[in-house]
Design a protein around this ligand. Sequence first.
Ligand code: BMP
Length: 256
Amino acid sequence: MSFKEKMEETGKKKESKIVLALDFPFRNIDKREALLAEAQNVLEAVQPYVCAVKINHHLVLPLGTFDGVQKLVTQAHEKGLLAIMDCKANDIGATNQVIAEYYYAAGFDALIANPFIGWEEGMKPIFDTAHKLQRGVILLTYMSHKGASEGYGQTIYDEKTGKATAQYVSFAKKALKWSADGAVVGATYPEKIREVHEILGENVPIYSPGIGAQGGAAETAAKAGACYFIVGRHITLAQNPREAARKLCAAIKQAR
Ligand code: BMP
């Protein structure tokens, strides 16, 4: 079963489309054990209301991939959740391959990569590694932050047609061509979600971050065509993470 299919199945089983971004602010490095315990507690508390967990440098750097992070991946799997590594792979293919091999070896079901590097000797080794191990690749398409327009929104010339097009439109077409398992489009740009969704249809699901702390709204993103909702600080830094996740899960269900 592909990662895309596993996400569909897990989303239905858990009745949630939320991907928990398990992110926390910087802590003194002698507080790493407490950080791991906090991450484990939040994951345990919110697991009924999410379908996957996404881990970023916030935990990989202090906890280590094959130490604390692998414990969290195992915990997620035991609770029936999938685990996504948000490494935004962005290097030459040979390096990307090693990055992918380590994260998949740690148990991650998918990783996020930057299509800017192109296919040959860039993205291809990641997809080859993912296919061999039956894991997923999710591609950045239009990021959620303010400066996203400078890169993802820039005008480029399409190699084949010679016509001007937007960078994110080209990335969305590549996500389709390369059969990516997902495309990341910020919830802060619902009009971009709509446009990318028109290109991708139901073939490549849209993962939308930027909800809450960055000002985006899950309901608006859902109506524009987002399929999964990546949510971090709105849940992890809430007074009651479980309640924050429960409420958001219900709001998304209603919007969809
Ligand atoms: P938060 O909900 O706390 O803003 O966290 C969003 C998470 O998604 C962070 O881990 C961030 O690095 C990631 N992310 C994002 O915010 N925007 C993007 O365009 C792509 C991301 O991976």
